[in-house]
Design a protein around this ligand. Structure first.
Ligand SMILES: C[S@@+](CC[C@H](N)C(=O)[O-])C[C@H]1O[C@@H](n2cnc3c(N)ncnc32)[C@H](O)[C@@H]1O
Length: 316
């Protein structure tokens, strides 16, 4: 499907859990840092008439879809086209010092997969792009055709947790010597061929992990989560809450570790017999000891939610 996609495609996940755990019924200023098609934003706006939402997305096309969708709430919602890592600057530009809640629903939107020209999907043949923010320069095409084979192997292994990374990089190297690898279809076929067929899963396409790995690299997704964890908690009012919805283990691990770091008052290595750092101010209190996952009825209606995990912490 190319051009404008009609209707709304992305179903927000863990919505009830977000509303309850970010205390959205109490009224306040919330940031939806990954507004996407506006699904969570709409629910936050509906949760209390006193709620205001600042929605951020770095994908202009998707942001426009959200704008259309939240038009009925124009007096309570402000949409900003930016990278969520720039949250302090975004709030400063709006004259907002601190907020009551922050939501990060990580990764890509269903819209990204549906639009073949964006180059995210294994199942539609499109250009090897994968940029969420089309102002950025690096594309999947650049990595696949111009990065060293060691770098491709590293990306596929570390971002995709793909055991066949070395073989995939080698076959990509042979293929790109013959001709440029231009489309998602070409890459999906090359990766499938690199993995012995007896190791192909019946459930998922053999190139799934490689595509995920490239997407993470193109958009620097893991680095962005680290960046958000560094700046965002300090923008919360006391008692305000921050939530991250992640979809794979690498994302979830970064969130879990980041929350733990900000809960600790002492930063001495655990091997020291006593504290020598003098302690520091505790920034966050973890609210969800274990991540929240979708209930069975949500999974029945939206199978895409199956890997979603929500972690929430409170500013102390
Ligand atoms: C899972 S979707 C969010 C869906 C949204 N919660 C909804 O209900 O429609 C993730 C969105 O985050 C955006 N995004 C990812 N990384 C971003 C970043 N660093 N800065 C701003 N937006 C980002 C993507 O463009 C995408 O639209």
């Amino acid at each position: 499907m190319d051009g404008a996609v009609r209707g709304y495609l992305h179903t927000p996940v863990l919505t009830e859990e977000v509303i309850a755990h970010l205390k959205c019924r109490e009224g306040g200023i919330f940031v939806d840092a990954t507004v996407g098609e506006g699904g969570h934003t709409l629910e936050i706006l509906r949760a209390s008439r006193r709620n205001k939402v600042i929605g951020i997305d770095w994908d202009q096309e998707i942001l426009e879809r959200a704008r259309e969708r939240v038009a009925g709430y124009a007096d309570r919602v402000t949409l900003m086209h930016d990278d969520f890592v720039h949250l302090p600057q975004v709030l400063r530009a709006l004259g907002v010092e601190k907020v009551d809640g922050l939501l990060f629903d990580l990764g890509v939107s269903t819209v990204h997969f549906q639009e073949e020209r964006r180059g995210f999907s294994l199942h539609h043949d499109g250009p090897l792009d994968m940029r969420m923010d089309t102002r950025r320069r690096l594309t999947a095409y650049d990595i696949v055709n111009h990065s060293s084979l060691e770098e491709i192997e590293r990306i596929v292994r570390s971002n995709g947790e793909e055991r066949w990374a070395k073989r995939i990089a080698k076959v990509v190297g042979n293929e790109r010597q013959r001709k440029e690898i231009k489309t998602t279809g070409d890459l999906a076929e090359i990766v499938s061929r690199s993995i012995p067929s007896k190791y192909h899963s019946r459930r998922i396409h053999p190139a799934t992990k490689t595509f995920l790995a490239l997407r993470i690299a193109v958009n620097e997704e893991l680095k962005n989560i680290e960046g958000a964890l560094t700046v965002a908690p300090l923008l919360l009012k006391r008692g305000g809450r921050i939530g991250f919805i992640s979809f794979h283990s690498l994302e979830d691990r970064i969130v879990k570790e980041g929350f733990k770091r900000m809960e600790r008052t002492c930063v001495c290595p655990p091997t020291l017999p006593q504290c020598v750092c003098g302690g520091r101010e505790k920034v966050l209190q973890i609210i969800t000891k274990r991540p929240l996952t979708p209930r069975p009825e949500e999974l029945r209606n939206n199978p895409r939610a199956r890997s979603a995990k929500l972690r929430v912490a409170e500013r102390v």
